[in-house]
Design a protein around this ligand. Sequence first.
Ligand SMILES: Cc1cc2nc3c(=O)[nH]c(=O)nc-3n(C[C@H](O)[C@H](O)[C@H](O)COP(=O)(O)OP(=O)(O)OC[C@H]3O[C@@H](n4cnc5c(N)ncnc54)[C@H](O)[C@@H]3O)c2cc1C
Length: 336
Amino acid sequence: MLSMLFKNTTQKVLNRQLLTQVQSQVNNLFQSQPIFRETLQLQFQVDIFVHGGKDSISKQVEEVQKYPGIRSIITSASDDLSNPYGDHVSQTLKKVVESHSYDKVIASTSAFGKDVTPRLGGLLDVQPITDVIQVINNGQQFLRPIYAGNALSTVSSSDKIKILTIRATNFEKIAAGSANTYPVKEVAAQNDNVQGKWLENNVSESEMVELGSAKYVVSGGRGMKNGENFKILYELANVLGKQHCAVGASRAAVDAGFVPNDMQIGQTGKVVAPDLYIAVGISGAIQHLAGMKDSKVIVAINKDPEAAIFKVANYGLVDDLFKVIPELSQKIKALQ
Ligand SMILES: Cc1cc2nc3c(=O)[nH]c(=O)nc-3n(C[C@H](O)[C@H](O)[C@H](O)COP(=O)(O)OP(=O)(O)OC[C@H]3O[C@@H](n4cnc5c(N)ncnc54)[C@H](O)[C@@H]3O)c2cc1C
């Protein structure tokens, strides 16, 4: 999770929260890295907040040190934070914000960001501004989609502290570079007043790249008929390269139990903007489009020529997916 904190318009502090010690998850956090570019453009200073278990914190700090544009790194290490829990993190974050007088906190619009920021907003009596796609007017105004992405709204807030979540896919990424030596300050985790506790993580195991950072996404809808049939999408994803390609789904496919809900793309699922999005047996409801319409190239495969997905697709194929997908996999394989 990424959060940004500002003291005034000329001094900006970015506060990044690293979720766990697991390397892949650490990497996922850096999808939010584009915010650095935005931050640098606005000449703000950036602090990164890293939290986690005592055994993982130094590795996470090492990762953060590779990125440019940071003023300092603030850490909070506690065995209770090995598995981050929203209330615990927001209580600690409140302490960090108050003790450093930050006036902006920015997190990514991830499930975790969406868990922590409203809690922090409640603790600080501040209204978070969510799903920001552009920071405008020198950080005084924010652009965010509304009505499932059908309209854009420019918002500002008179709150002294601005709490934002940003849609990482709308910001340019910055690559990790050589290691820096930013100063590291420690803040004790806040354990008082924490309601509830972490019990367990139920994470689906996949050898494939995470959906949010995939270069290519193959996504299946209700047209797949059942979960078993998703194997043809996994085969296609494998041919495209599992280090680049992830498999997603529409909500109808998730609700029907074909695939787990962490694969859902759309308004109430994940937002992706890969180089290539292949929508297979998906009709193109606005709630689905809200999660993928910013993809660079969209390919739609649907047997219904009237399907709404064809309106946003760069390439459309009206045909039976059960015929087309295996053939497509075979042809791409033959070219390799
Ligand atoms: C508040 C709210 C939030 C929502 N959030 C989301 C969200 O986050 N993500 C999301 O996806 N939806 C979301 N929805 C649901 C959304 O409105 C649609 O119901 C859903 O996206 C439809 O999924 P689908 O396209 O897979 O299914 P359908 O609309 O049933 O489309 C299936 C498509 O498969 C095609 N097809 C069938 N068989 C074949 C075949 N053999 N070959 C080729 N094509 C075939 C059909 O022609 C059809 O176009 C939300 C709805 C609401 C009200």
